[in-house]
Design a protein around this ligand. Structure first.
Ligand code: NAD
Ligand code: UD1
Length: 365
């Protein structure tokens, strides 16, 4: 298949491009490079021996997106795109509370302009990067897809919730569309080559990049945000998932949409509603997680073991908006996609460390 990947130079996008190429698909990448480096895709090309045409463009630029999508069409003598994998977006939770309009503009308005461009090119299949943040503070764990979405604690989370709703409404209105909503838990780690990985700008917000930078000597100590949660050791529990497993989940979701003929076959002209809930059948939702939760202290211990380095820690107050525990019930993806995470915490930390050690300053180093 031929895919347009937005956010292709980013952390998850670059790993997904690699897995798509390895699975035999063809990819064109788009990114505005606001939070990533062009170098990531060069490395993907080197690792796979395959070319990835890249267009530096903003998803809010409808004309530019339509041009890319139409240039992939038969009128151009090329093969038409089969789908868009949509990773582009801003993702810093704290920043989103300071600049809510910029987040809604970039994420929500950007997605609307992309959808418009897709419609104009007749490309009506999308795999969307959502987040477990849409569940808000869940009543219980593990979290299945049937858990009602909650109230995210920040504009970033709301932008994901809004986009999900837009995509559900679109799928319900037009049976030709097929959309997969993939709710990620906590993506960590890097490709086993150590050539591509997560390269946050400035001070990392997320746990594993922060630990990695402490290990490599860029930061002094990790602040543990609260050790008085109702969890076994008092620190927050999360479902960390290896980014390569996550990327493979996208390939499976794409294949599901195509092979199950989702959005293509309904003769009645109505989008079928899934039994028992409001989600149209041409807009499936899958959690991408391992189903296992680990605490901050367990994550630190696993990183220390993988790196052979001591990570100094200090206990700090809870971070506003954090919840005690969040982990997936990954059964649906296993049953429907035949997908499950293969890498455990040790492999996640080993690969995060290999990437950090080989690229102490990230791509620009
Ligand atoms: P990332 O910042 O590394 O990648 C996002 C990419 O999108 C960047 O390369 C950035 O330059 C690009 N981008 C942003 N706005 C754009 C725009 N208007 N036009 C074109 N390109 C634009 O982040 P990531 O971790 O790879 O996340 C990918 C997607 O997954 C995001 O939508 C994010 O919200 C979602 N997600 C990430 C996590 C996580 O923990 N990393 C968890 C849940 C969901
Ligand atoms: C965060 C976002 C969430 C987003 C996800 C993936 C918040 C409130 N939530 O989730 O919306 O979808 O990233 O990008 O930011 N921790 C520390 N010290 C640190 C960093 C983190 O103790 O320096 C702890 C946190 O309190 C948490 C765990 O580590 O218990 C994981 O944190 P993090 O990696 O930031 O992910 P989430 O908070 O789960």
């Amino acid at each position: 298949m031929k895919l347009l990947v937005t956010g292709a130079t980013g952390y998850i996008g670059s790993h997904a491009v690699l897995e798509l190429l390895e699975a035999g698909h063809e990819v064109v990448g788009v990114d505005n490079l606001s939070n990533s480096s062009r170098e990531s895709l060069r490395r993907v090309e080197a690792l796979t021996g395959k070319a990835v045409p890249f267009v530096q463009a903003d998803i809010r630029d409808r004309g530019a997106m339509a041009a890319v999508l139409n240039a992939g069409g038969p009128a151009d003598g090329a093969r038409a795109f089969d789908a868009v994998m949509h990773f582009a977006g801003l993702k810093a939770v704290g920043e989103s509370t300071e600049q809510p309009v910029a987040y809604y503009e970039n994420n929500v308005a950007g997605t609307l302009s992309l959808l418009d461009a897709m419609e104009s090119a007749g490309v009506r299949r999308m795999i969307f990067s959502s987040s477990a943040t849409v569940y808000g503070d869940p009543q219980s764990v593990p979290i299945a897809e049937t858990t009602p979405v909650g109230s995210p604690s920040n504009p970033y989370g709301f932008s994901k919730l809004m986009i999900e709703q837009i995509l559900r409404d679109l799928a319900a209105a037009d049976p030709r569309w097929s959309v997969a909503l993939l709710r990620y838990f906590n993506p960590v780690g890097a490709h086993s080559s150590g050539r591509i990985g997560e390269d946050p700008q400035g001070v990392p917000n997320n746990l594993v990049p922060y630990i990695s930078q402490v290990a490599v000597g860029r930061r002094e100590a990790l602040s543990i945000f609260g050790d008085d949660y109702p969890t076994p050791d008092g620190t927050g529990v999360r479902d960390y998932i290896h980014v390569v497993d996550l990327a493979r989940g996208h390939v499976r979701a794409l294949e599901f949409l195509v092979n199950a003929g989702v959005g293509q076959t309904d003769p009645s002209g109505q989008s079928p509603r899934a039994a028992g809930d409001q989600a149209p059948a041409n807009c499936p939702v899958w959690n991408l997680g391992t189903g296992r939760g680990y605490s901050v202290r367990e994550a630190v211990a696993a990183f220390e073991k993988a790196s052979g380095r001591t990570i100094p820690v200090r206990v700090a107050p809870r971070r506003p908006g954090d919840i005690a525990a969040c982990y997936a019930d990954p059964t649906l993806a296993r049953e429907q996609l035949g997908w499950e995470a293969e890498h455990g915490l040790e492999a996640m930390m080993r690969d995060a460390w290999r990437w950090q050690r080989q690229n102490p300053q990230g791509y620009e180093g």
